[in-house]
Design a protein around this ligand. Sequence first.
Ligand SMILES: [Zn+2]
Ligand SMILES: [Zn+2]
Ligand SMILES: [Zn+2]
Length: 93
Amino acid sequence: MSAQTCSHLDQIELDDVPARADVPGCEECLKSGGRWLHLRVCRTCGKVGCCDSSPNRHASGHAREASHPIMSSIEPGEDWSWCAIDEVAFILE
Ligand SMILES: [Zn+2]
Ligand SMILES: [Zn+2]
Ligand SMILES: [Zn+2]
């Protein structure tokens, strides 16, 4: 782990990450009929997107397009977050 930290924590508007079981899937993939591997949620607006191992990488795409840098994994047993600008992973309290 690097000592680098995220400077965008003030952009977090979504306090609670949804449970994986309550989310139908990647919002964009559901619209386009795409497939996804793992899901991330935007911590600014709550949009659910697919991970960078998925073909369409909607979570990273959303982070870039909407300037919402912080996403969190909603996969069971995963509690890490990722800042797409600082490119740093961390665990939110
Ligand atoms: Zn950051
Ligand atoms: Zn997707
Ligand atoms: Zn967002």
